[in-house]
Design a protein around this ligand. Sequence first.
Ligand code: ATP
Length: 217
Amino acid sequence: MIDVVDLTVRYGVAVALHAVNLTVADGEMVALIGPNGAGKSTLVDTLSGIRRPAGGTVRITGRLAHVPEGRQVFPDLTVDDNLRLGGWRIRNRDTGPIYQILPGLAPLRRRRAGQLSGGEQQMVAVGRALMARPDVLAVDELSLGLAPLVVADLVRHLRELNAEHGLAVLLIEQNARLALDLCSRGYVLEAGQIVASGSAAELAASPRVADAYLGAS
Ligand code: ATP
């Protein structure tokens, strides 16, 4: 689905990503964890074509949709119109299936997105991405600023989409515990470089990840 080889991205002279290698296979859920400023958003932005690589290659098989950091819903548009925007490129205007997948959105369909809670807006952002009928979803900071119960609901939906629709997911998260719990495999990005990768269990057990990202417990 996603095959990133030796990817380097620069902002002027500053190197944001340095020779990054990462893959997401068909139907796989993969975590990308790392601290603030590590380059996680730069990586997803490059996957979705918002940024150009200075070196290396990005290959995407099938359709990628991006749930951007901070949701970025259109506050003055209704939920239904926000969803429609996600289907614009493939001329998909049928929002019905999204309300079946994310039933919490159904009673909100005529509300302006700006009036919704953070969790509801995140649900809109996920639904909007699904309107593009993606094979793989890149989710940038799913949990940021949301209450644990709201996050649990979003996670449940991602699991269902993966299990029932075979949707592959690249989950970018500062909450490493959540990411490694949801995903089968992961990468750790620090200062623009992949410093560790492996199964979620391997990463969770590695002292480097446990100390820096999972906290002492
Ligand atoms: P966060 O979760 O805080 O967004 P991140 O891991 O997603 O962090 P990026 O936003 O990708 O990190 O940033 C990677 C590096 O690139 C940082 O050092 C950041 O300051 C720098 N950077 C990001 N965007 C720009 C830009 N438009 N111009 C210059 N430098 C940038």
